[in-house]
Design a protein around this ligand. Structure first.
Ligand code: AQP
Length: 343
């Protein structure tokens, strides 16, 4: 079976972008692939975080994976920091990743600009190396993520190739190793719709957990009235009718795209239904569709968090399975680099 790995940072509450861009697609993959889904808590400390809430948000994120349809009987659901190979491999990969590659990462530039370069922790710069370790440890074939992560997956591919070139193949064999490649070079997988869900208050900025304005996003656990209120207040325009793809109407394309994915309709069907509607007519339709889509997820979420022993067991089993696979790759990486392996 081919392997799939993905994760979401447990910072703040997960939103519709995380769900439509990533988690919803994980569900479709778990029957066909061997899947690993982790709450990437080590990534959650790259910006100042609140130690009082990290453990709680980590558990809640994992509960949301299950609520969204990830089945622990099919997929390994685990917490990144419970598998220490992630942190260990990051160090090995850091030593072969040129700083120039990291300096080019758009997310680093954007987030460090907000923080001020002098203040920002070096983990924000090396975050994509940790992400590469997450992916490469599992010899992943596919990484299902939203479009904003494309550059990081390309970096993971480049790091894998560079490491394989420097330490794998015959060089490794000559030193008595297994030879061949150490890491599989993964492919990115983005969904056709929902790969880039935009903010409700600015159709040119992505919906994001770190936006201080809660009204800019729909959180997966927002109540029906909060969802209706946010959609009612979201940014629109003065054009007549609704359409996709007009560069002067980014909010319109975004909201139609959300409607499309939560109703499971095609673009053509959405246009036939909504093309001639006014904003006043469309917004309640959209709000009802989002609420209806999230309702079963919220119900299941409440059941999962009401049974902490169940969640603990899922996470322990997931970490054990992940650890087994990750340790093998890590051992090969140490060996190929020439470390003395423990006897
Ligand atoms: N707006 C989005 N549209 C589609 N996909 C999105 N993702 C995030 N935002 C959108 C996808 O969600 C997954 C997890 O992302 P992450 O939490 O690891 O980091 P992120 O991409 O930085 O997410 P946020 O919500 O914007 O968090 P902050 O504000 O903390 O940076 C990824 O697959 C991502 O593509």
């Amino acid at each position: 079976k081919q392997r799939v790995l993905s994760g979401v940072q447990p910072t703040g509450s997960l939103h519709l972008g995380n769900y439509l861009g990533a988690i919803k697609n994980w569900v479709a993959l778990q029957d066909t692939f061997e899947t690993f889904f982790c709450a990437v808590d080590l990534h959650a400390i790259t910006l100042p975080h609140d130690p009082a809430s990290l453990a709680h948000t980590t558990k809640n994120s994992a509960a949301l994976y299950i609520a969204a349809g990830i089945d622990p009987a099919k997929a390994s659901i685990f917490v990144q920091s419970h598998v220490s190979a992630h942190a260990e491999l990051t160090w090995l990969l850091s030593c072969v990743t040129p700083i120039g590659w990291l300096n080019r990462m758009i997310q680093f530039k954007e987030k460090s600009l907000k923080q001020g370069n002098e203040e920002v922790g070096s983990g924000l710069l090396t975050y994509p190396v940790l992400m590469a370790a997450d992916i490469l440890l599992y010899q992943s074939d596919l990484v299902p993520v939203g479009e904003d992560q494309k550059q990081h997956i390309e970096l993971a591919r480049d790091v894998a190739k560079r490491f394989n070139d420097q330490f794998g193949g015959n060089k490794w064999k000559k030193r008595g190793g297994r030879g061949g490649r150490i890491f599989k070079v993964p492919e990115i997988m983005t969904p056709p719709t929902g790969a880039r869900v935009m903010s409700l208050t600015d159709g040119t900025a992505k919906m994001s957990k770190s936006d201080p304005a809660d009204g800019s996003r729909i959180n997966l656990l927002d109540s029906p009235s909060e969802i209706a209120k946010k959609i009612k207040r979201c940014k629109t325009d003065g054009f007549e009718g609704l359409e996709y793809g007009n560069p002067e109407r980014p909010e319109c394309s975004n909201l139609l795209g959300i409607y499309e994915v939560v109703t499971g309709r095609s673009k053509q069907e959405v246009l036939a239904e909504c093309g001639s509607l006014s904003w006043g007519q469309f917004k309640p339709l959209l709000a009802d569709a989002v609420v209806a889509h999230l309702e079963p997820i919220q119900t299941r979420y409440n059941e999962v968090v009401a049974d902490p022993a169940y969640l603990d067991t899922v996470l322990a089993n997931g970490a054990a399975k992940a650890n087994e696979t990750a340790r093998l790759t890590l051992k090969n990486a140490y060996d190929a680099m020439g470390f003395l392996l423990p006897s």
